[in-house]
Design a protein around this ligand. Structure first.
Ligand SMILES: Cc1cc2nc3c(=O)[nH]c(=O)nc-3n(C[C@H](O)[C@H](O)[C@H](O)COP(=O)(O)OP(=O)(O)OC[C@H]3O[C@@H](n4cnc5c(N)ncnc54)[C@H](O)[C@@H]3O)c2cc1C
Ligand code: SF4
Length: 581
């Protein structure tokens, strides 16, 4: 099969699709009998910032409207979250625009956010650099979308825990350690979701502690699964929500939190340049951040540092984790971190396609919010405040419809379009696309798109899928630093500090072809921040190899879905337990 799946001798991940049929496997036709299911008013899949904002707002509206509250039954609002607790699977930079959170909890001050432990101070200074090499730096004026003055540094993991407490106090039923595995569709309408089985063995066989999943029937279903949603993907296919849209594309971010000896006084970003290779052949686009975090409870000075790489790269040896380790060796970062201590690590993908890649946001009986809907502004690296805003807007549309006795939430899409989400994403509608031509050719066009708010060169710019990019085994790996376990770290010790607790005998939730060309196996091996994919030592240098999938290490970052595989939901409770990412 020489040449199979290759372009000019290079391997295209899309030629090795994962063994999965999401519509067949993840859409359930019809509900179980009434006495075998749980009935709720509104079911929200995903207890991240977006899903919880939806719950917070819905409960605030229902608190003043007992008639509608009663109509929704004993459990008006239920949130399903696969992590051990809300926040356990959430990770972000994160510098947040404060507006939508202030509107959601108008009685709270920003000082109170900090006392609650999810906010770490207002941004007063910022610097943007290009790094020509591993020693020098070139300061540039921050591009307009990256103005952060007045924003707040937060931890989304801590914010989700706070929102969970608020939702529970207001009467939400929060099912943590529970994965939603199937969308339930009856007569062309979403009528709820099914929770996953627990206690299955490696081969899917029921173990002694087996508990079957349950149908959760709802008047409205909100898909808030974040980047690469398991059920969202099935819903997009089932209801053709991506018709006439551009394909979604992704980036992968790896983050650490450090306790440092002296405070950092500003938000720092680096764009493109070192340690990435700028030639179009490598297709590497990305950048880094360093944000100051003052823990107001302990008085400790913390720093959030991270590296984001566009998953459209072509060199199979590109590794966001190792690039983060490498960038820490630059004096810009070393001067801040050295002498400090790493206290957290994590990884997560983010949707980067922007306006044209957003699917239709509603279907009969259900809506999409936050990253699940692709609502993310890559030019400014902002998604948190849009996630909150979209959750709030979904809550308001659903509430108004249910109050009228209807279950169509069609108006939600227009409300989003008319809000800051629609306005901001429209202005950046063509910013992402030129980068797919490479940094040198695309960079000037990106600047033009930003300066003219997408008007020049106008029209609708196309995106190509990340898995359509031919891969080659290049030289990026040669400059990664050797981990010393103190300042630079390997993947496995990093996964260890996430508190990852996946059962060794759990069924495999990663769908990939196991026998693939070396180029693809190397892509997965280097890309995966958790070291899930291994190539046997005696595998041939060229041709097809058998990939070993150590799926219990997986931190559910979602990146594999961009490069030829598929992350499906593991058993509820599995995976990392992030605290401050
Ligand atoms: C590296 C990185 C840096 C970023 N930096 C910034 C920044 O500085 N500023 C900013 O504003 N934005 C930033 N963003 C974007 C921002 O973090 C996201 O847009 C935002 O957090 C999305 O929130 P969400 O609630 O939609 O999704 P998520 O936070 O991903 O939440 C989804 C939740 O759903 C749960 N879930 C998913 N599927 C299921 C299922 N089937 N069953 C049960 N539970 C499920 C997950 O466990 C998770 O808790 C960054 C993102 C990344 C990855
Ligand atoms: S195996 Fe898990 S951690 Fe690794 S890339 Fe895939 S989703 Fe991310």
């Amino acid at each position: 099969m020489a040449g199979h799946g290759s372009s000019n001798g290079k391997v295209v991940p899309a030629a090795y699709p994962p063994p999965v049929d999401s519509q067949k496997e993840f859409v359930k036709r019809g509900l179980d009998a009434e006495d075998e299911l749980i009935e709720v008013g509104v079911v929200i899949v995903g207890g991240g910032t977006a899903g919880l904002a939806c719950a917070n707002r819905l409960l605030a509206l229902l608190a003043d409207d007992h008639e509608t509250m009663e109509r929704l039954g004993e459990v008006p609002v239920a949130v399903i979250e696969k992590a051990k607790t809300c926040g356990g699977h959430n990770l972000s930079g994160a510098v947040m625009r404060p507006g939508p959170l202030q509107e959601l909890f108008p009685e709270m001050t920003r000082e109170q956010w900090r006392e609650e432990g999810f906010a770490f101070g207002e941004v007063t200074k910022e610097s943007v650099y290009v790094l020509p090499n591993g020693k020098t730096k070139l300061r540039i004026p921050p591009p307009p979308p990256q103005h952060n003055h007045g924003n707040e540094v937060i931890s989304v993991s801590s914010l989700a825990r706070f929102q969970q407490r608020q939702a529970e106090e207001a009467g939400a039923y929060i099912l943590t350690e529970t994965a939603a595995t199937q969308l339930i569709v009856e007569d062309g309408r979403v009528v709820g979701v099914r929770s996953g089985d627990k206690g299955r063995g490696k081969e899917g066989q029921p173990l002694g502690n087996f508990e079957p999943g349950t149908d959760i029937k709802a008047h409205a279903t909100v898909l808030a699964e974040g980047c690469w949603g398991h059920i969202t993907g099935a819903a997009i296919k089932e209801f053709d929500l991506a018709k006439d849209r551009e394909p979604q594309v992704w980036e992968l971010g790896v983050k650490e939190v450090w306790k440092v000896t002296k405070p950092l006084d500003r938000v720092i970003h680096t764009l493109a340049g070192w340690p990435l290779k700028i030639s179009a052949k490598y297709g590497q686009i990305g950048g880094s951040w360093m944000y100051p975090m003052k823990d107001h409870k302990t008085g400790e000075d913390l720093v959030s540092i991270g590296f984001i790489v566009d998953l459209d790269y072509a060199d199979a040896t590109t590794s966001a984790h190792d690039l983060l380790q490498q960038i820490k060796t630059h004096p810009l970062f070393k001067d801040v971190l050295e002498g400090g201590e790493r206290i957290a690590w994590g990884a997560k993908a983010l949707p980067a396609g922007g306006y044209w890649a957003m699917p239709k946001l509603s279907m009969p009986g259900a809506v999409l919010v936050g990253d699940s809907a692709g609502i993310m502004n890559l030019a400014s690296l902002k998604g948190v405040h849009y996630a909150i805003k979209s959750g709030v807007l979904a809550a308001e549309s659903i509430y108004a419809a249910l109050k009228r006795g209807e279950t169509s939430f069609e108006d939600y899409e227009q409300v989003v379009e008319d809000s800051i989400i629609g306005k901001d994403l429209w202005e950046q509608r063509n910013t992402r696309q030129p980068f797919q031509k490479g940094l040198l050719r695309g960079g000037p066009l990106v600047n033009l798109m930003i300066a003219t708010k997408g008007r020049f060169p106008g029209g609708r710019w196309a995106l190509h899928r990340n898995d359509a990019k031919p891969m080659f085994v290049g030289k990026t790996r040669e400059s990664y630093p050797k981990p010393d376990g103190k300042y630079t770290f390997d993947k496995l010790s990093s996964v260890f500090i996430t508190g990852n607790a996946t059962r060794d005998d759990a069924p495999n939730h990663i769908r990939v072809q196991k026998r693939v060309p070396r180029e693809l196996a190397e892509t997965w091996r280097w890309m995966c921040p958790a070291g899930v994919y291994e190539i046997p030592e005696d595998a041939p240098e060229h041709g097809e190899v058998d990939v070993i999938v150590n799926y219990t290490n997986c931190v559910q970052c979602g990146a594999i879905t961009a490069k030829g595989g598929r992350l499906t939901v593991p058993e509820g409770g599995d995976g990392p337990l992030y605290q401050i990412t």
